[in-house]
Design a protein around this ligand. Structure first.
Ligand SMILES: NC(=O)c1ccc[n+]([C@@H]2O[C@H](COP(=O)([O-])OP(=O)(O)OC[C@H]3O[C@@H](n4cnc5c(N)ncnc54)[C@H](OP(=O)(O)O)[C@@H]3O)[C@@H](O)[C@H]2O)c1
Length: 337
């Protein structure tokens, strides 16, 4: 197939390009040439900007486009309308944050979607993120009717993750110089995640099968818990850290943000977030690599990034607690308990 990838040089795009090339497809990537510009010298690169400069895409044809970096409907509309007659199918990478109510378990593809009060907002790194993705999905479905595939991933993890959310935990656990690790709530807290490479393989497989429709895509196919992720990280790294599980009340009192400051912590009020129904995607062929492999490869990626960028790389310290904040919180917890 001839595949156009909008994005392609970061995280999920990197996995898609690698898998597509390995499967013999012809890949073109379109981006601004800012992120990892030297990556994939063997791949055709079209430079532009999805907001206002799509010149490089004009007059071309592909079997399928994979749109990775669409967050604002006004902007997604530009590529969806331009490419409607230039591709057979349009794959849009959305998110499970599109759902209106993440408090209840068992959300499936037909569950109600979030609505925004202000549909003109473009501030997508905010509470509007899910509602804006709903509108992006709609724009794509309107521009390319009957030929769209919407994939809604949960938390994406693994090598090349720029957010440090999953990475925080294996990296923190590997650091035996700080023996006591602050852990959220309980080892029984559930966690749904998908390795970017499993998501990439599913996306390319669905592209090959000319699939259309909507699929939630997270995992794995068993109930994964924080306890399992932490213990597996401990085994793999040979670390001798101990976990101090602090209560949800304590985290909330101290205004610790789930996802960003305390990655993988799903507050009890959001009980649906780690229990999304993914049986439709599994029946369509979504598979999951072992957790051990994701942790090992994430640690290898993190070590390589540290070696290249040094301690001062701002990318290295995104999600998670700083050592100082973690120590402060542990002291406060012990003073009370
Ligand atoms: N991370 C998660 O846990 C998670 C969970 C659920 C869903 N998702 C979804 O997964 C996707 C995130 O993917 P990601 O983190 O790999 O990448 P991303 O940040 O959305 O996109 C980065 C890629 O897009 C290109 N790009 C950015 N702005 C562009 C523009 N204006 N015009 C053309 N290209 C542009 C970048 O290259 P240049 O900078 O060179 O342009 C880069 O190749 C999103 O759709 C997100 O909603 C993520």
């Amino acid at each position: 197939m001839k595949i156009l990838i909008i994005g392609g040089t970061q995280f999920i795009g990197i996995a898609q390009v690698e898998i597509a090339l390995a499967r013999g497809h012809e890949v073109t990537i379109f981006n601004r040439g800012k992120t990892n510009a030297d990556m994939f010298p063997q791949v055709e690169k079209l430079i532009g900007d999805r907001d206002g400069n799509l010149e490089a895409l004009k007059g071309r044809r592909w079997d399928v486009v994979i749109d990775n970096c669409g967050y604002v409907p006004r902007i997604v509309k530009q590529s969806a309308e331009l490419l409607a007659d230039a591709v057979d199918r349009y794959i849009f990478i959305s998110t499970i944050s599109v759902f209106a109510d993440l408090t209840k378990p068992g959300i499936d593809e037909n569950s109600p979607l979030a609505k925004l009060e202000d549909e003109t907002t473009e501030v997508y790194m905010s509470e509007a993120y899910g509602g804006l993705k709903v509108l992006c999905e709609k724009v794509v479905e309107e521009a390319v009717p009957g030929r769209t595939l919407i994939i809604r991933p949960g938390l994406i993890v693994g090598p090349n993750d720029p957010t440090n959310r999953f990475t925080y935990w294996p990296a923190r656990i590997a650091d035996s110089s700080r023996k006591e690790v602050l852990a959220p709530d309980s080892p029984e807290v559930g966690s749904q995640v998908i390795d970017a490479r499993d998501l990439g393989a599913f996306t390319i497989k669905m592209a090959e099968e000319k699939a259309t429709g909507i699929y939630n895509a997270t995992g794995p196919d068993y109930r994964l818990t924080l306890g399992k992720i932490f213990d597996t990280s401990k085994e793999i790294t040979g670390s001798d850290v101990n976990f101090t599980w602090v209560s949800e009340e304590f985290l909330l009192e101290n205004k610790i943000e789930p996802f960003s400051q305390m990655p993988l912590w799903v507050p009890r009020a959001m009980a649906g977030f780690d229990k999304v129904n993914v049986s439709k995607a599994i029946n369509a062929g979504l598979t999951f690599r072992p957790l051990e492999e994701t942790i090992r490869d994430t640690l290898a990626f993190e070590a390589e990034r540290h070696a290249k960028a040094g301690e001062d790389d701002p990318q290295l310290k995104r999600a998670g607690l700083s050592p100082e904040r973690e120590a402060e919180l542990l002291a406060a917890w012990h003073a009370k308990n």
